[in-house]
Design a protein around this ligand. Structure first.
Ligand code: F6R
Length: 613
């Protein structure tokens, strides 16, 4: 949801900022812009469309200087046109600012500024910030630019990560955060600011994660971090970023999504590294070990998340209730935060988030904390807001996920939940050999994924046969119903084909009316206790001429007879099948989107890391 970046140092800021924007493009690609302090004035360029449009503009002009800011936008207030693009400048063009987040009270501030004679150029909420800072800075000549930013932000309600510069303080860059992420990269006589560490990693490994309510004032040699409430300088620890350039570039793959699907040959193993204990048939999850008694004795666990992470949560419910016998409720964070959920001191909230920055999930955590619940996080991005806000948690260690459609983060989330359920189950009545069975299947996952990736030809055939349909149905039962939901979401997101996931037996209560010879129906049919039931469900669809695409881990003649296409995953534990079958569904969505010429890594209207509510 918008990416911001800034640079101050001795180099030319323009190429650094542009490269940074490319790395942040997954956060939004409606428009982009850059502002550079060029000798005695601020030069800026901004353009609707992807970053390549801005690049083309920059190549035609000279925009050069060693202090600058840049932005890539996912539109909230105001359509994606040139004037709504960031940076926004004050009327005299002496202050420029980029912003990620939403200013909730912008209308009230705007009215006051208009009454003072300010003329606005855009429909954005952000523009009020730059005019407000400007009004405060130029009204009170004694204030530094940093003080003016601090004073302005005290009047603001909402979420923001901002970076701002001022022509009258040409040695200075100021940034602040409240609810939107901001990382400071500390180099030799230079500093970098960005919404995440990816624009920084090529220049320095030393970063400081800014916390909510903090403001940083930079010269090329110094950084002073204080809070919006107090000018007292804080001492913050330097963290070394654990990220390589290879991880954030797509290498030989045409798309990040395909790279990330292939990454699953090792990302799932990374999630499990050091955490499986075959000897005792259990798992060790250090980040939450002190909370095991609370988890086992919890009155209820809420799992909260959005989108794909919510689907992982539904699988987690099934596993935790099966192994640990604790009641689990899975809720969309955006719903949970606004309803009167039953929360007491024996309630535990587990928040799942790839980015660790999703605004609704973060708000749900804050609400649960206020009401006395213990909060735990399952996050991919180390040091993210959710990881820091929760009382404890488990990192998924899937590596950076850049494709907007989540793939490897999902399988790692499900892996973590499987390990969590087993660990809790082993503390109560689950037998050691049951644990060992599950662990030996989990340990095979890297080989299983390799096997699945070898069979892309068959998946491509299905894609070719179905690419022109308008609708798709996905069916699963029990633990595989959320897999059906996730398969449908992947297809919708990247190929724009309408798709629905249903519990297979629900078909006859309505959705079966949709079936005809043009309707592909993907059926998850592992060899578990529902196998005979799912065969019956397939018969029902077949009788209405639906195109049956079966995903199974079992050779079965009846299944083969009924299926138009059958895609195999290696035989596995029934609780590991959701992971292997998801890889097939990811590939299917990918191949269809390729055939339809869709923008796979940047689907229309979407952005990764949803930091607005
Ligand atoms: C879908 C997808 C989204 C995210 C959702 C939550 O492919 O990526 O549905 O799962 O926006 O994001 P996180 O997990 O970062 O909280």
């Amino acid at each position: 949801m918008c990416g911001i970046t800034g640079y101050i140092g001795n180099r030319n800021a323009t190429p650094i900022l542009l490269k940074g924007l490319k790395r942040l493009e997954y956060r939004g690609y409606d428009s982009s812009g850059i502002a550079i302090l060029d000798t005695d004035r601020i030069k800026y360029l901004k353009k609707a469309g992807k970053i390549k449009e801005l690049q083309a503009l920059i190549s035609k002009t000279s925009i050069y200087g060693s202090i600058g800011i840049a932005h890539t936008r996912w539109a909230t207030h105001g359509s994606p046109n040139d004037s709504n693009s960031h940076p926004h400048l004050n009327e005299s063009g002496t202050i420029a600012l980029v912003h990620n987040g939403i200013i909730e009270n912008y209308e009230a501030i705007k009215e006051t500024l208009i009454r003072k004679g300010v003329i606005f150029q855009s429909e954005t909420d952000t523009e009020v910030l730059v005019h407000l800072i400007s009004a405060i800075y130029y009204e009170d000549k004694k204030l530094s630019f940093e003080d003016a930013v601090r004073a302005a932000l005290q009047e603001v309600v909402g979420a923001y990560g901002i970076v701002a510069l001022c022509k009258d303080e040409p040695e200075n860059l100021v940034a602040a955060r409240m609810g939107s992420p901001l990382v400071l990269g500390v180099g030799e006589n230079e500093y970098f600011l960005a919404s995440d560490a990816s624009p920084i990693v090529g220049y320095t490994r030393n970063v400081i994660y800014l916390d909510d309510g903090e403001i940083v004032s930079l010269t090329k040699n110094t950084h002073n971090i204080s809070t919006l409430k107090s000018k007292e300088i804080l001492t913050k620890t330097l963290t070394e970023i654990d990220l390589t350039i290879d991880e954030i570039e797509k290498g030989e793959f045409p798309h990040f999504m395909l790279k990330e699907i292939h990454d699953q040959t090792h990302s799932i193993t990374n999630t499990m590294r050091g955490r499986l204990n075959f000897q005792d048939g259990t798992t060790n999850l250090g980040g939450i070990s002190e909370f095991i008694p609370s988890l086992i004795n919890a009155s209820r666990i809420y799992i909260t998340a959005c989108g794909t992470s919510w689907h992982a949560g539904l699988i987690g419910k099934h596993l935790i209730e099966t192994y640990a016998q604790v009641p689990v409720h899975v809720e969309y964070a955006s719903e949970f935060r606004y309803r009167k959920a039953i929360i007491d001191s024996d309630t535990i909230l587990i928040a799942i988030s790839q980015s660790g920055e999703t605004a609704d999930t973060l708000a749900a955590i804050k609400k649960a904390k206020e009401l006395g619940a213990l909060t735990l996080g399952i996050c991919n991005v180390v040091g993210s807001s959710i990881a820091r806000e929760t009382d404890g948690g488990i990192y998924t260690h899937a590596g950076p996920e850049i494709g907007v459609a989540s793939t490897k983060a999902f399988t790692s989330q499900v892996t973590v939940l499987t390990m969590l359920a087993l660990m809790l189950g082993r503390k109560i009545e689950v037998a050691k050999n049951k644990g060992q069975n599950l662990i030996s299947s989990l340990s095979e996952l890297n080989k299983d994924v390799e096997e699945i990736l070898k069979n892309q030809k068959k998946i491509k055939e299905v894609a070719k046969f179905t690419k022109d349909v308008n609708h798709y149905i996905y069916l699963g039962r029990g633990i595989n119903f959320p897999v059906a939901l996730e398969g449908a979401l992947k297809l919708k997101e990247i190929s724009y084909i309408h798709a629905e996931g249903y519990p297979a037996a629900e078909m006859k209560h309505g959705p079966i009316a949709l079936i005809d010879e043009n309707m592909p129906v993907v059926v998850l049919a592992p060899m578990d206790n529902t196998f005979s039931k799912i065969l019956a469900n397939i018969q029902e669809v077949k009788a209405r001429k639906g195109i049956i695409i079966t995903i199974t881990d079992t050779k079965n003649s009846e299944l083969e007879k009924l299926s138009d296409f059958i895609l195999y995953v290696p035989p596995t534990h029934q609780h590991v099948f959701p992971i292997t079958s998801s890889v097939i569904l990811q590939l299917l969505a990918y191949e269809i989107a390729v055939l339809k010429n869709c923008e796979i890594d940047q689907p229309r209207n979407l952005a990764k890391s949803v930091t607005v509510e």
